[in-house]
Design a protein around this ligand. Structure first.
Ligand SMILES: [Zn+2]
Ligand SMILES: [Zn+2]
Length: 151
């Protein structure tokens, strides 16, 4: 886990002014990969005390624009943020509990960016989301399932 000084360096490296909310938000995203805004706001508040939700939203937008965090938005899920940027990795999402895990590109470095036909577009991102059931949910029978009948 990078220290505060490292986050300050990361911010300066991206030409962003170092502020406490920026350092705290960047740290929160590093500590909680794929956290949603709500969880990040909670983590920042634990660190800084009172800070408005809007302030954290603004910081997240600035960090995403600077490429320091990546925003992902699986269908039906609120936006999530992560500090693993630039490798175009994919995600697997649990249909049951919404847990998210990283999935590397299937065949090495970013082949998904080489579209079979780009239609003249310059492509810089390919978003692949795998959907399934996470191990925890697979191991826990759901209460919605009907009770087995023994007769
Ligand atoms: Zn699950
Ligand atoms: Zn990820």
């Amino acid at each position: 886990m990078p220290a505060t000084e490292d986050f300050e360096l990361i911010l300066r490296g991206a030409d962003l002014r170092v502020t406490r909310p920026r350092v705290a938000t960047l740290a929160a995203v590093h500590e909680h990969p794929h956290a949603d805004t709500h969880a990040i706001v909670d983590a920042v508040r634990e660190d800084l005390g009172e800070v408005s939700t809007q302030a954290v939203y603004d910081v997240l937008r600035a960090l995403a624009e600077a490429g320091l965090v990546r925003r992902i938005e699986p269908a039906g899920s609120p936006a999530r943020y992560e500090s693993r940027t630039g490798d175009n990795h994919h995600h697997v999402v649990c249909r049951s509990c919404g847990a998210i895990a990283d999935v590397d590109c299937a065949t090495g470095s970013t082949p998904c960016l080489t579209a079979s036909n780009a239609n003249g577009f310059v492509i810089d991102e390919a978003e692949v989301t795998y959907w399934g059931i996470c191990p925890e949910c697979a191991a826990t029978p759901r209460d919605t399932e009907p009770e087995p009948v023994n007769n």
